[in-house]
Design a protein around this ligand. Structure first.
Ligand code: ATP
Length: 303
């Protein structure tokens, strides 16, 4: 049973070389050359002994995590393992009971949510959180609102600064829309698009401000296999073309194995494995915890 599952994983592992990858944006985007940069010495993000409980439930138990700049790090685990809680700690929604979050070396007991965007953190949500009555372009522009320095009055009366910022935001939003192959729907209402495209608009909005760290909470949930492959190609392209560090939660193990540089595995709030896909795939604790079917298989074998 387990072997059959792993065969399926191997088939999807070719995503890394996906021909669905969008065209390079190096010439026009705010590209950071990750290929030529010196080896990373300091993680861009480090979680240190993070613990978080809800009443009597321990959602995260003493978890350490070090993420290097420019990597794609998956966080996987069975339902209720603590994945979303961890993302919410990184984005500042939750304050851990113990431990620190270190961003570019600076330690926080809680990431200040109001400053998360300025600290270079962007995220998408498990459930769609778009403005359905706004166009795709308008939705993507909302991802840039925090960067505008003109006052409300300045915007209301279209001061020169406000007009310039509006123009720049529109231009940047258009770039990202093209990058994610959404140009043909830029003027359509987000709510009128098929689900897979709406998820891509969410990605566009999160990418618009050129975040250092992008948190993706189940970016492929509810998608068809083809849509998942497309999305995986776009996530990889964001890493390669923009140098974005990406942390993602995803239940589709095949996608995770093909897309991630490193995978951390949670089970009952504890981190039980952390390493490259091949290592995690062969880890017995992961097989036991994540693939419940494996346990069943061992019992049968021992019977
Ligand atoms: N706001 C909350 N209030 C109370 N308990 C919570 C809250 N959020 C999470 N939990 C509990 O914490 C544990 C971890 O939940 P979390 O949602 O982080 O897991 P998950 O790995 O993301 O699960 P899933 O894959 O089902 O989304 C679970 O037992 C959950 O019931």
């Amino acid at each position: 049973m387990v072997n059959a599952h792993y065969t399926a994983l191997d088939e999807t592992a070719t995503l890394r070389e996906s021909s669905l990858r969008p065209a390079s944006n190096r010439s026009s985007g705010p590209f950071r050359d990750i290929e030529n940069s010196a080896p990373a010495r300091q993680p861009i993000l480090a979680l240190e002994e993070i613990t978080l409980s809800f009443g009597g439930v321990t959602a995260i138990a003493n978890v350490d995590l070090a993420v290097q700049p420019g990597e794609i790090r998956a966080i996987i685990g069975p339902n209720g393992a603590g994945k979303s809680s961890l993302i919410n700690v990184i984005s500042g929604q939750y304050r851990p009971d113990a431990g620190h979050i270190r961003l570019n070396g600076k330690a926080y007991a809680q990431v200040p949510t109001e400053k998360a965007a300025r600290l270079g953190i962007a995220r998408t949500f498990q459930n769609l959180a778009l403005f359905k009555g706004l166009t795709v372009l308008e939705n993507v522009m909302t991802g840039l609102a925090f960067q505008r320095r003109s006052t409300f009055v300045g915007q209301a009366f279209a001061s020169p600064r406000a007009r310039r910022e509006e123009r720049e935001a529109r231009e940047r939003a258009r770039q990202i829309i093209e990058f994610l192959h959404l140009g043909h729907v830029h003027d359509q209402l987000a709510g009128s698009l098929p689900y897979g495209l709406q998820k891509r608009v969410e990605l566009a909005r999160a990418l618009a401000p050129d975040p250092q760290i992008l948190l993706l909470d189940e970016p492929m949930a509810g998608m068809t296999a083809t849509e998942k492959q497309e999305m995986a190609g776009f996530v990889r392209a964001a890493q390669v073309d923009y140098g974005t560090t990406i942390i993602l939660i995803e239940h589709d193990i095949g996608v995770v194995m093909g897309l991630s540089d490193q995978i951390a595995v949670l089970d009952y709030g504890r981190k039980i494995a952390d390493g490259p896909p091949a290592e995690v795939r062969a880890n017995q604790a992961v097989i036991d915890a994540y693939l419940g079917v494996a346990r069943e298989g061992h019992q049968e074998a021992g019977a």
